[in-house]
Design a protein around this ligand. Structure first.
Ligand code: F6R
Length: 243
């Protein structure tokens, strides 16, 4: 029996408000805690609200540590299409976090397998993830864990699925710049987080339903979340309002 709470809300704004409240409560409860963070369009509104709360002095990130899910291979931290850059722009540069306590896997390490092992060890050394924020791909991917033969236990390097490359190529100036490989937390890494919050828009309704209530199978990586005791899916019925 799936224990996943699937909560539907009307708007992207409402989803962002609920997600930001959950993260803010986690920060207040454990000011030196570890947040697992995601990039993509789903969490942008949440990060905006967290940044606003911090600017108003309502939230203190000074002791918070973060680990991101993933990064494209080959993209340096200052590459505007990379995930370190995204996180700086949408959250880290806007709150009073110590950047030295923010971790995104390196996409340019000499030895990517060693980087993956070191990233996993770092999460353990930090005491594990208190709250992991996720988005979901149309194919059920979480992080860059694509449909596969099995659930990956740890941080690793992956070849991106054709559909994911198509979906993400629009973010690159030239579609051919879209990387072929990424480094990502494994499904196992994600499942070791103490709490999980997944966000999705209306185009994800079907895959969120399958992930929450369909068979647990690596052909839908997010279905593994059914094995975790504390997972909430927030699904919004409308995309963000155009600004
Ligand atoms: C991002 C990530 C991806 C996205 C997913 C959904 O760090 O790991 O799994 O969460 O592709 O992306 P959006 O939110 O753009 O629909």
């Amino acid at each position: 029996m799936s224990q996943i709470r699937l909560i539907e809300v009307e708007s992207y704004e409402e989803m962002s408000r609920l997600a930001a409240e959950t993260i803010a409560a986690q920060i207040r409860e454990k000011p030196d805690g570890v947040l697992g963070l995601a990039t993509g369009s789903s969490p942008i509104g949440t990060y905006d609200l967290l940044a606003d709360a911090c600017a108003k002095g309502e939230l203190d990130f000074s002791g918070i540590r973060t680990v991101n899910l993933d990064e494209y291979c080959g993209l340096a931290p200052d590459n505007p299409f990379g995930y370190r850059y995204f996180m700086n722009e949408h959250l880290f540069d806007r709150v009073n976090i110590d950047k030295a306590n923010t971790f995104v896997p390196s996409g340019t390490a000499q030895d990517m397998d060693a980087e993956a092992a070191a990233y996993e060890a770092r999460i353990d050394a930090m005491g594990g993830i208190d709250l992991q924020l996720l988005g979901i791909g149309h194919n059920g991917h979480i992080g860059f864990n694509e449909p596969a033969e099995g659930f990956a236990p740890n941080t690793h390097v992956v070849e991106l699925a054709a559909r994911t490359r198509e979906a993400n190529a629009k973010f690159f100036e030239k579609p051919e710049d879209m990387p072929k490989y990424a480094i990502t937390m494994g499904v196992g890494t994600i499942l070791r987080a103490r709490r999980i919050l997944l966000l999705g828009g209306p185009d994800k309704a079907e895959i969120m339903e399958r992930a929450a209530h369909g068979p647990v199978h690596p052909s839908v990586p997010a279905s593994a979340l059914q094995l975790h005791p504390d997972v909430t899916f927030l699904l919004c019925r409308q995309p963000p309002r155009a600004k």
